[in-house]
Design a protein around this ligand. Structure first.
Ligand code: NDP
Length: 589
């Protein structure tokens, strides 16, 4: 049975078996659709920009805290400094506080804690991971989410509640972007500079800037010439739209992109705008969202520690009898892959049938059908998305993989047709899992982290990188990937808090992972990537670097999540072996 933290299955498996030729034909169509898209955008990830400066600077401005509150620059020294104030920082600083670390600072670009949930406030924003799993520290906070799936506002409020409970607000500076993080070898301290003139020092730095934080835009000819209003989904301009979107009732609105953000925003925009044009390049797979209010009786019966036990249950391996194990082991690997693929195709075809049953116009229904394997793109869940296309004011402009390539003064043009708009919304996503956004990181010998990674990312567990002592990365590549990201962040946060506690308790000024340990992990990542051709067979998207050829270590660790946890425990368990540890207390006296 699927566990609650697994990716929600898009559909019940169809009972009726199709002949293998049927599956082969569908796979052939998947492949053609993929090739079509790759042909249109050979530039891969370069088709996007997240350098939002000059005329694009307006797309990164914080609409929720427009005028930074004045303050004096900081020049003090703290023990632990977090770059970013989202879940990574909240979880880890809460753990550090539990271990008696008091000298902590959180430096956050936004005007409050919350990270993703601070920035993404577009209408309909919600998390499609079950709330009892996604929201961290529920036991500690004594909180039970209101619904099976939490809305963005509830998650942001939970982040604020964590910050209040653990006294993190007094440690935080907001509307402040870290611009450089440089290791001072003589002092064995990090020197941190910000865009607010701060010159701080910290013994430990935790790079907690999130996995999908920096908005990105497709590079489209003529973007600058558009004279209407425009913004990115993560910088929603409620002043323009009205808090309830009522100011859109006389506006013609366009939205570029149909990923997870757009899928949640489109139904609400469709209900509010005079006209809505959806510019689609690749459809998302959108399944039914089974949501319900939390049963108060169930919530009242929850015993302390319930979330921890729930998480442990979800991570426990499935139990098989010896006969079942033998049966599974006897199936050849190719056959297992074939069965998995066929099941995925069944699931995607069920999504196609759901579209046919819901969307009235057959041409629109056809255009909304995703032709790729389940999980090639983030699966979406929204019960209002498909019905939105039955509204007379909602128009799907299907670019059939090509995308919008031209924008003029009044709006986008596609295949000769101009779409004049009052408002253009970019739902084009985010830069992915980059360490050190907005921030230059220099370790031992002044080596820039970008230069170190030039021939491939090198870390241990995606957390430590040699030559960058007392520096920890959260949410970056070479760590495990989970549909429920907070699972990974909790594992990483606990490990980082343990490492810092160990260094403090044993009087080590600096702990730096060894080159040998780093090489071991890089090889581990390589060995677990590319076991199947799944990633390269997928339609382009950020999961597979837009179909670009990739160095095999530049991505997530693809071993199982329990294996990742076991490795994390083993690395900490043999910390003396995996790290060079600075002078101990006795030596430094
Ligand atoms: P995505 O990167 O998923 O989507 C970007 C969209 O823009 C794609 O549909 C892409 O098409 C489209 N696009 C890019 N360029 C063009 C162009 N020139 N013309 C037309 N379309 C274009 O970004 P999102 O913000 O939607 O989602 C990012 C991630 O955030 C999700 O994958 C998910 O991890 C997370 N998220 C999670 C939610 C949750 O419930 N937990 C909710 C919302 C987001 P194409 O597919 O062809 O590249």
């Amino acid at each position: 049975m699927a566990k609650s933290t697994d990716p929600p299955a898009p559909a019940a498996r169809t009972k009726r078996r199709q002949p293998q030729e049927y599956y082969d034909e569908v796979k052939q169509k998947f492949s053609e659709e993929r090739e079509l898209r790759l042909g249109y955008r050979p530039e891969g990830t370069d088709q996007f920009t997240s350098e939002l400066t000059g005329s694009l600077a307006k797309y990164s401005i914080d609409p929720y805290a427009k005028d930074p509150s004045p303050r004096e620059p900081l020049s003090d020294t703290v023990e632990c400094l977090f770059i970013g104030g989202g879940f990574s920082a909240l979880l880890t600083s809460a753990r550090l506080r539990e271990k008696g670390v008091e000298s902590i600072r959180i430096v956050e670009r936004g005007g409050d804690v919350g990270g993703t949930w601070y920035w993404n406030r577009y209408p309909g924003v919600a998390c499609d991971v079950v709330a009892y799993d996604y929201l961290p520290l529920l036991d500690e906070m004594g909180y039970v989410p209101k619904d099976h799936y939490a809305k963005g506002s509830e998650i942001l409020a939970h982040c604020q509640a964590i910050a209040n409970k653990y006294g993190l607000y007094e440690l935080a500076v907001f509307e402040t972007t870290v611009t450089s993080t440089i290791w001072d070898e003589d002092e064995e301290m990090w020197k941190i500079e910000t865009d607010r003139g701060d010159r701080m020092k910290a013994r430990f730095v935790i790079c907690a800037n999130g996995t999908l934080s920096k908005p990105k835009l497709a590079k489209i000819d003529g973007m600058d010439s558009f004279s209407g209003h425009s913004f990115h989904t993560s910088r929603w301009d409620y002043e323009y739209t009205g808090a309830d979107l009522s100011k859109l009732d006389d506006k013609v609105v366009g939205i570029i992109g149909t990923g997870a953000s757009a899928v949640q925003a489109i139904p609400r925009l469709g209900a509010a705008a005079k006209e809505l044009y959806v510019f689609q390049r690749t459809p998302s797979s959108v399944d039914i969202k089974k949501d319900w209010p939390t049963d108060p009786e169930w919530a009242a019966k929850l015993e302390p520690g319930w979330q921890g036990r729930r998480r442990a249950r979800a991570l426990a391996p499935p139990e098989f009898t010896p006969e079942q194990k033998a049966k599974i082991a006897a199936i050849p690997r190719e056959e297992k892959i074939r069965r998995q693929e066929n099941a995925n195709i069944d699931a995607m075809m069920r999504i196609h049938r759901h579209i046919d049953e819901t969307v009235e116009d057959p041409q629109t229904a056809e255009a909304l059908k995703p032709w790729y394997m389940f999980m090639c793109k983030r699966p979406c869940f929204d019960n209002d998305y498909l019905p939105a296309y039955n509204r007379p004011n909602v128009h799907l402009v299907d670019t059939r993989g090509k995308g919008i390539t031209q924008i003029e003064q009044t709006g986008p043009r596609f295949e000769g047709q101009l779409y004049p708009l009052d408002l253009l919304i970019y739902a084009t996503g985010f830069e992915v899992q980059k360490t050190g956004i907005y921030n230059q990181i220099r370790g031992k010998g002044g080596l820039d982290l970008g230069d170190k990674y030039r021939d491939g990312i090198r870390t241990v567990l995606g957390i430590h990188t040699a030559g960058y002592p007392n520096f920890f990365i959260m949410g970056g590549y070479q760590a495990s990937f989970r549909f429920n990201l907070t699972d990974v962040l909790q594992t990483q946060g606990d490990h980082i808090a343990d490492c810092i506690d160990y260094a403090r308790s044993n009087g080590h000024h600096a702990i730096d992972v060894t080159n040998e340990a780093e090489e071991w992990w890089v090889q581990e990542v390589i060995a677990n990537r590319g076991k199947t051709s799944r990633s390269t067979d997928c339609t382009p998207g950020y999961y597979n670097f837009e179909g670009e050829f990739q160095r095999r270590q530049d991505g997530n660790y693809n071993g199982s999540y329990p294996e990742y946890i076991a490795h994390t425990k083993a690395v900490f368990g043999r910390i003396e072996e995996h790290f060079s540890l600075g002078p101990d207390r006795a030596a430094s006296r």
